[in-house]
Design a protein around this ligand. Structure first.
Ligand SMILES: O=C1O[C@H](COP(=O)(O)O)[C@@H](O)[C@H](O)[C@H]1O
Length: 258
């Protein structure tokens, strides 16, 4: 794991466009190197904007979508097709528009799915999905994701790992059910920080002044219990920010004004 890198874009629109372009390149490179790409999607506004942007970008056809494995960092435990589900939003933004192999789209179960209204069973089943997808070279029960995209909440949550919650203290499991979430809906399923750390690259993507304090704290040595985003580290960790979200980060490299 290396020191997080920070990239600041002028605004959220440019951030989404640049992250979409970055994602195409990363997937194409992974497919060239080992035949497939493995990506963890995030919910939230920035995640949706990146996927929408990718859908509009002609470069999306450089990806062989039939050889992409998709996972989710977290899911809101709601009925299938609910507009608040991260899956529903990702499908509308991109997934319904590209020729994915449905068997490689690994959704977290909805609350009206085969586990019924039992988020613990759904979380356990998702951990099994990850374990089955892991290859010997992954040395564990979670695949090595090429990219794990994450949004960042105002209080520093990533996926559905909230400050000082059971999920942030979880040490064993790769996926957990989250109850009594401070942000609605209250019941969710989430990867844990240990699963997120299996990624080659973790991209923390966020915009707006409301995120600035948490971003600055995460980059300034806060602990993951207080600011879970601080514990979201890949072999490479990238913070993709707009100017407002980066506005309280000390010592950022600022290019000289032209
Ligand atoms: O509820 C959630 O929120 C976070 C952050 O969302 P944003 O709209 O503030 O970008 C997101 O990362 C997470 O996946 C989602 O379930």
């Amino acid at each position: 794991m290396s020191r997080p890198e920070v990239v600041v874009h002028r605004d959220g629109g440019l951030l989404a466009a640049a992250a979409a372009a970055r994602l195409v390149t990363r997937m194409v490179d992974a497919q060239a190197a080992r035949g497939y790409a493995s990506v963890v999607l995030t919910g939230g506004r920035t995640g949706a904007a990146v996927l929408e942007n990718l859908n509009r970008n002609g470069a999306r056809d450089a990806v062989d979508w039939s050889r992409v494995d998709l996972y989710w960092g977290d899911e809101r435990f709601l009925p299938s097709g609910d507009p608040e589900r991260n899956e529903t939003q990702a499908r509308a933004a991109l997934l319904d528009h590209v020729p994915l192999d449905p068997d490689r789209v690994h959704v977290m179960a909805p609350s009206d799915g085969k586990f019924g209204n039992d988020p613990e069973a759904a979380a356990e089943a998702y951990a099994e999905v990850l374990a089955r997808a892991a290859r010997p070279e992954d040395h564990g029960d979670v695949p090595t994701f090429d990219v794990c995209m994450l949004g960042v909440g105002e209080e520093g949550h990533v996926a559905s790992i909230f400050p000082d919650s059971p999920a942030v203290h979880e040490q064993e499991r790769s996926v957990v059910a989250v109850r009594n979430c401070p942000k609605p809906p209250p019941t969710r399923i989430s990867l844990t920080l240990s699963a997120i750390r299996r990624a080659q690259e973790v991209w923390l993507m966020t915009t707006g002044e409301a995120k600035a304090v948490s971003v600055a704290m995460a980059l300034n040595g806060a602990g993951e219990v207080q600011i879970p985003a601080a514990g979201a580290l890949g072999r490479r960790t990238l913070w993709l920010l707009d100017k407002a979200a980066a506005s309280k980060v000390p010592d950022l490299f600022q290019p000289p004004l032209a």
